[in-house]
Design a protein around this ligand. Sequence first.
Ligand SMILES: [Zn+2]
Ligand SMILES: [Zn+2]
Length: 200
Amino acid sequence: MSDSPLIHLGSLLRSSEDAHASGELDHLNYEQGNQTLTLTFTEPAPYEINVNPLGGNELYLQGSFEPTVTMECARCLRDVEVPLELKLGTLMRYEPSADAPYLEEAETGEEVLVFGDPNLDLSGYLAETTLLASPLSVLHAPDCKGLCQVCGHDLNDGPCEHMAAVPVEEIDDELGIPLGASHARQTPFAGLRDLDLPEE
Ligand SMILES: [Zn+2]
Ligand SMILES: [Zn+2]
């Protein structure tokens, strides 16, 4: 298992041969702003990459990447494994003056991977592709019951005392939160301080 996915494009740039790289990754380090962040995969993520010359400084990258990322269930916060099957297809441009590789949007709206070092590190490209393809939120099961808004009990493990006393619909009504305001409901304790709970 290699630390970062490298593809050597030197001979491609000199003699227009195709270039190929493959392997498995258990994590990717990538830059965002001035920070180095790490994207960790649940299991080794296989990748296959081919780069073909298009003439001039332009190239085309094709391949596949199959990372499994761990996300939190949006309702009960337990870990959920999310397997992704990514088809890669990206225009590339060699610009010797470019420091680190970066993605640029072409006039056509297509993304172009610009790079300056023929010994190209694909970490940033694969990390960004993975993050863009990840769902914004997931549920560990379609019928996840979530957490009790009063005590935080995981209602998938069975009801707690508050379920009988304060139906979820009633909490929403008293707080004036429109039903479907999922963000407010996902924050279990927000705004509940002043709620007048019935005594036991
Ligand atoms: Zn859940
Ligand atoms: Zn409760």
